[in-house]
Design a protein around this ligand. Structure first.
Ligand SMILES: NC(=O)c1ccc[n+]([C@@H]2O[C@H](COP(=O)([O-])OP(=O)(O)OC[C@H]3O[C@@H](n4cnc5c(N)ncnc54)[C@H](O)[C@@H]3O)[C@@H](O)[C@H]2O)c1
Length: 432
């Protein structure tokens, strides 16, 4: 993105719309409020703690260099298939302690989900009562637009962003209705099964000129029809699948091995987790969506075509097991079989004992704030520079996917630097 044009200043409130009031969303909400109340420090958030590097060779605090929406001005609305408020949902998610939840209970209790657009055909291990009924998918999209309109009015927000934090839908291969906006809209009317709920949310947001990001691995806005709508309505989109734990480390270790031209014969990645996300991922269809985003990472980082001797035999396997005792405290193991000088084998073992939603929450925050910033600068369509945050970066059709975390970080910095250089656009009252 070139540093051209101008940027609208942040004025009023920013509404963060979140389909899915589960572990990630409730941890994000509780954390934002705890930081606002000065009860917590925003660990892991570039937007809150990061520096803008490279501006005149000096680091500058990002929040001072960019007109980001401050946390105080964020307001929220969610949808879920269960009617529990954010406090009850957070208790069930069992990520945060009772003590941390009690400190923000009043705030969490004030957030009640709107009935969801949901169909168990796309998330086969879940079903819930808090869902919308309508004759067609077009009607459902319109109902979501009404929800958004109402949420904007009720919260007094001047603008919004929508981040998909709901369950992983089953893998849906590309279908004819994904190819153009016209075909997609006809398919909404015809209840085409190739359109899952996440695409209905994405369509509703984009139709209303609201930026959209997909935190899950399922196919959502990464289809030509919705890319076309994003361009048409001049809205930025990003995705997909938050890069948080095992894959974050994979995209650091693999580039290091590649730079030293060490061979890699095998990479076996295993995960155990016991939260609802893990339960959903036990289903073959949802796991397939995750497998596609998790396994695609190494191909670009360890190029077999360029170095057949080093990476031609690479065997990459990813497994996710639902294991209730662990809840959200996911554990992952990587067994990496590498090859050094004269073909001698060596082995690397990584054991990451993480907390899934603790890693994801600051990513939700950064993506929401950066998407809003991009929108105010008039940037639209696929925002490849946000690939830093995603396992399977959604890039423009003409671009190749970059997985190397440090290359992604450089691109993010460059984009933010470009945004920081934009002059503020005068509002109507200022210019007259
Ligand atoms: N935590 C991480 O580190 C991480 C990383 C990458 C991706 N993700 C993805 O983020 C998503 C959320 O993860 P989570 O741990 O919060 O899962 P979760 O199961 O705790 O929460 C998901 C929520 O979405 C709701 N839901 C399902 N379909 C819906 C629909 N159509 N509309 C509205 N609500 C719906 C469910 O009822 C549930 O409450 C998952 O898709 C997960 O794969 C998480």
């Amino acid at each position: 993105m070139a540093a051209e044009g101008s940027i609208l200043p942040h004025v009023g409130r920013l509404l963060v719309l979140l389909p899915g009031l589960g572990a990630v969303t409730t941890t994000f909400l509780a954390g934002v409020e705890a930081v606002r109340r000065k009860l917590a420090y925003p660990f892991g958030s570039l937007s809150q703690l990061g520096e803008l590097e490279g501006m005149d060779g000096h680091g500058q605090v990002l929040r001072n260099a960019l007109p980001l929406a401050p946390l105080e001005d964020l307001v929220f609305a969610t949808w879920d298939i269960f009617p529990d408020d954010a406090y009850e949902a957070a208790r069930q998610a069992k990520v945060l302690s009772e003590q941390d939840l009690a400190a923000v209970e009043d705030f969490l209790r004030s957030i009640c989900p709107m009935p969801a657009v949901f169909d168990p055909q796309y998330v086969r291990r879940l079903n819930g009562p808090h869902v919308k009924r309508a004759p067609t998918k077009r009607h459902l999209a319109e109902a979501l637009c009404e929800d958004i309109h109402k949420a904007l009015q009720e919260t007094g927000a001047s603008r919004a962003v929508l981040i998909w934090c709901a369950s992983t839908e089953v893998y849906i291969p590309p279908a004819p209705c994904h190819h153009s906006l016209k075909a997609f809209e006809a398919a909404l009317e015809a209840n085409d099964p190739a359109i899952p709920p996440s695409q209905i949310y994405a369509y509703a947001a984009l139709r209303m000129g609201i930026p959209y990001a997909n935190g899950a691995p399922n196919v959502s806005a990464d289809i030509p029809a919705l890319e076309e709508l994003a361009e048409l309505n001049q809205v930025p989109i990003a995705g997909k699948d938050f890069k948080t734990g095992q894959t974050l480390l994979k995209t650091v270790i693999a580039p290091a091995l590649r730079r030293r031209l060490l061979g890699v014969q095998g990479w076996f990645s295993v995960n155990i987790l016991g939260n609802r996300d893990g339960w959903v991922l036990e289903d073959e269809g949802s796991f397939r969506a995750k497998e596609v985003t998790k396994t695609g990472v190494l191909e670009g980082l360890l190029p077999a075509e360029q170095y057949p001797e080093l990476y031609g035999e690479l065997y990459h396997k990813v497994r996710i097991h639902y294991y209730p005792p662990r809840g959200d405290a996911k554990e992952s193991w990587d067994a990496i079989d590498i090859v050094g000088w004269m073909g001698y084998p060596m082995h690397i073992k990584i054991n990451f004992q993480c907390r899934d939603s603790i890693l994801a929450a600051p990513v939700v925050l950064d993506v929401a704030l950066f998407l809003d910033l991009a929108h105010r600068a008039g940037w639209h369509g696929v925002q490849s520079w946000l690939g830093f945050y995603f396992k399977s970066p959604h890039v423009r059709r003409e671009e190749s996917v970059e997985h190397d975390l440090f290359v992604q970080y450089g691109r993010l910095q460059q984009a933010l630097t470009n945004l920081a250089r934009l002059p503020a656009k005068l509002t109507v009252s200022e210019s007259t």
